[in-house]
Design a protein around this ligand. Sequence first.
Ligand code: DQA
Length: 146
Amino acid sequence: MSKLITILNGPNLNLLGLRQPEVYGTDTLDSVARDCAAVASTFELDTELKQTNHEGEMVDWIQACRNTSAAIIINPAAWSHTSVAILDALNTFEGPVIEVHISNIHARESFRHHSFVSARANGVIAGCGVQGYALAVQRVHTLLTT
Ligand code: DQA
């Protein structure tokens, strides 16, 4: 059976493509899911992509990954900058974790410069647009095979 990469997305990313397109672009989360699945299939990896606006649900999903997933790619969105709970949940997961931000959080408001999640992440991709997700899939493949 192929290994599964779970791609988790935090608040407001359900509106990707509609929300602040000048910052986040016009691609939707559905097209991100298709791109990631296509890249992952070249490595014989499976992907699932999920999004929630509810922090507790995100914690539950991260915990569930302990039994289902070889790696997590996460765009925690605003929770990056606020949530110790999501950091703690990720610290219960033993596989690779890649943090993705569509925008370059370091070139934006100062409150976006710090991410709690980065303390756990094996890698952080920011400012590469939605392409960052597919790059993260490539990085997960490297981490799972070396
Ligand atoms: C984001 C950056 C965050 O600061 C913001 O709250 C988001 C999206 C990004 O993908 O660039 O919702 O994580």
